[in-house]
Design a binder for this molecule. Sequence first.
Ligand code: SF4
Ligand code: SF4
Length: 714
Amino acid sequence: MIQTAQDMKTYKKQLQESLGNSFLRTSLDNFGSSYKASRAKAFENLDFEDMRNGIAESKDAALPRLEELLEQFTGNAEKAGVKVHFAKDAEEANTIISDIAKKGGVKNIVKAKSMTAEETFLNAHLEKDGFKVTETDLGEWIIQLRNEGPSHMVMPAIHLSRGEVAELFTTVTGKKHDPDDINGMVKTARRELRQAFLEADMGISGANFAIAESGTIGIVTNEGNGRLTTTLPRIHVALAGIDKLVPDIKTAFRILKVLPRNATGQAITSYVTWITGAVECGASPTGTKERHIVFLDNGRLTLAQDPVLCESLRCIRCGACANVCPIYRLVGGHKHGHVYIGAIGLILTCFYHGVENDRAIIRNCLNCQACKEVCPSGIDLPHLIKKVYRRVLDADGSKPVKNMLLSTMLRNRKLFHFFLRRAYLAQLPLSGGGPFIRHLPLLLGKEHGFRSLPAIAKTPFRDQWNTLQKQVSSPKYRIAFFGGCVLDFVYPEQGKAFLSLVQEQGVQVEFPMKQTCCGLPAMMSAEEETAKEVAIQNLEAMDAGKYDYIVTLCASCGSHLKENYPKMFNGEPELESKVREFASKVIDFSSFMVNVLEISAENLGSGKKKVAYHAPCHLCRGLKVTEEPRKLLTDAGLEYAPAEDEDACCGFGGSYSVDFPEISSEILKRKLDNVEKTGAEVLVTDCPGCVMQLRGGMDRRERCIEVRHIAEVL
Ligand code: SF4
Ligand code: SF4
């Protein structure tokens, strides 16, 4: 039985259970690493971006035509002897299938893997109606025997060890199974399942494609069970979401070229089966197979009309968004989804299984963008997750206290900055005037002790501006410097380092005083109105037309200003062009230094230190800047020692690390372990938020590895 937490307290308990499961973590971690390598190999010499655009375009073109495609499919499939059904919801789909079985005098049913059948809880319905249902995909069979839901869309039993499977098989067969004898366990499964196939009157499958032009369905599997299920029994029913409709075989092939590569790193799966029409069948008294295709709506047609969230219907169920998600890799699918898991699961759960099942899990996203980077359908998953989070809050009619405080503070820049200045004084008993707060107030709880917190700076960057600003005669560039809250109020020295680098290069820097928080924390908390209000304040504070560039040292701010601002004002003609101009001028520090100033080695310090680098999520995935910071490090003569998984998240995620310290700390631990292995003396990164997390973690470890912003190191 799937038991997804419906409140944060229960969810937190469940997370702790998963974090305590060392097998789960090792197994998911090993899988995540090998997946990365095999996926990269599978896409070697292929243009993933081009393939991704192709899928996104064809899916987007099909979405407004789903009903028309259904009609075309039905006409063609029925001409070939197939009965096509349409179910508006899960209950109706299950009833249709049960009625087909009753009418056909069915007793035994075999099933191939189908996420849509998981979505409708079909097995439970059929069993209640007296049918014997046997899952025939090995992983699905295992979880059926355990009365569990899948923990991954492609590998449903990935959360189980061979010891657990051996124990299960021993209980089911009454014969002792050795966990080290995998072959023996496979033989048991084959023996049991073959018998089920021979006794089955009906086979139920899913469908990866439903091709309107021919009434054909396509099924992609790695085990022969899909073919046996659709061919051996006298009745075959395929259950498919209406979003699986594509106009033609060309579109299906376009998806097929990507699906196995992205799902498991295979160029093609073992079996790709195309079924058109009701064929001859020896087991049928009429000599012809009875074939049905049931299309499920369950909210998809309404979702298709949502201007933003319709993107989620592009999903081809490859499961990659889970494979790369640092949270999934720690806690597994049962704690990072409901029926559908991973990033897409957080989104779809709200529509297919109700707000109550999404209420807790939807908050568990770091916004690290790893899912978005690998999604072959080009779905902006982190963005949609925040949109859905907002829907959940609206549906519940209540918000966390944090949201109210955040909104009140951020909307009023003067109040916000007043509060930060006062915080310097308030923290003194805890910081003792030093750079860290090492003993946290008890109300934060001991799980927050995984990192030292930085002390608020005595004098924020903005209060030092008058003494720092410099008039440059005949400047090469005129830029606005966007500080961001962390640099401005915690690490003003990073801003000073930046000024000393660029002012020498003939850059006229301005620091518009009315700039405020970029608004990302509000966006992360689904406070859309606040995020927009804050964005407008920044647009007004920095008249983009006056500047060549708007430079920031904060990857998160940069990515938010550049990527999210245009999205927020999309369709608002009075602001759209202003926002576009603003966003086009935003540039991160490293890109500005390398691509605009074309800074040469002589203009950089000549450090001899060994440095490791942490690539901030919003720089390498958000802004897609990867080469420039590394070039700067090597140009500066530093000994750059690459760490394992440099581009993996550090676990910060702004307020995420406060909401989910148990997960943030584990992600940070892995990051710091990898850095320590390099033997580096300095860990360099280009986001003040990441500096805060990494430096706090290093301080807790009492290691002498310094953590610096790249501007300071240069
Ligand atoms: S943004 Fe990162 S944390 Fe959030 S779902 Fe995607 S991969 Fe997971
Ligand atoms: S959302 Fe994208 S990455 Fe995730 S399962 Fe769907 S297609 Fe794959």
